[in-house]
Ligand binder design. Sequence first.
Ligand SMILES: O=C(CO)COP(=O)(O)O
Length: 264
Amino acid sequence: MANARTPLIAGNWKMNQDHQEAIHLVQKLAWALKDGKHDYSAVEVTVLAPFTDLRSVQTLVDADKLELSYGAQDVSQHVSGAYTGEISPVFLAKLGAKYVAVGHSERRQYHGEDDALVNAKSKAALAHGLVPIICVGEALEVRKAGDQVAHTLAQVDGALDGLSAEDASKVVIAYEPVWAIGTGEVATPQDAQEVAGAIRARLAELYSSEVADAVRVLYGGSVKSGTIAELMKETDVDGALVGGASLDAEEFAKIARYQAHAGA
Ligand SMILES: O=C(CO)COP(=O)(O)O
């Protein structure tokens, strides 16, 4: 890839893995990643775990000095106070979390999250040193109508509203077409590139080419080891947000070494 962006392979465990299962999965993943045959230095690997797993994941990563970062799947837009059930970005930062997914389509769909909330959560994450992985992407009807680019860019505009260029250059944007999530129906590399390229062009318009060059744009939706290499060949796809396949340590490690099976 002819740019300075470090590819990011992020596993979104969703509501899977209790804290004991999480320990096993991270151990297996560490083992799979350290197979001695492959070089992961050019790729960053992260897992987005349920809140209740984070302390266990932190302990393992610290104790074994694993080359693995971790994060959460959601965050409150508030720092503290009477917000029953919410998790502060301060708590996540204190647990060593690096990333937090914001505005995942499942949060938008089942928890009524809108662009304004996604914007507030992204700002809260950034204010406390977390990197938001801002999730955007269209539903099937929108794609059928051919409106995927306009729809997704509107979500990007909403999520970034009021962010400084400095903050905007730190975010990760995950393009996850809703029709490809958990369906086995992966977008074609061209579909992913069309929207990822449009997102980068929008970043250049909203900010500058420096910001556009700095932001990593991921693709998510039924990514597997067999499909990652072709996706990663696209100019504006800088990694993947992986759901189901991230629960299988071997398969997830294989996705992270996509270069090996791309022949690169
Ligand atoms: O939603 C996703 C990642 O956030 C994608 O999930 P799947 O990889 O299971 O389709």
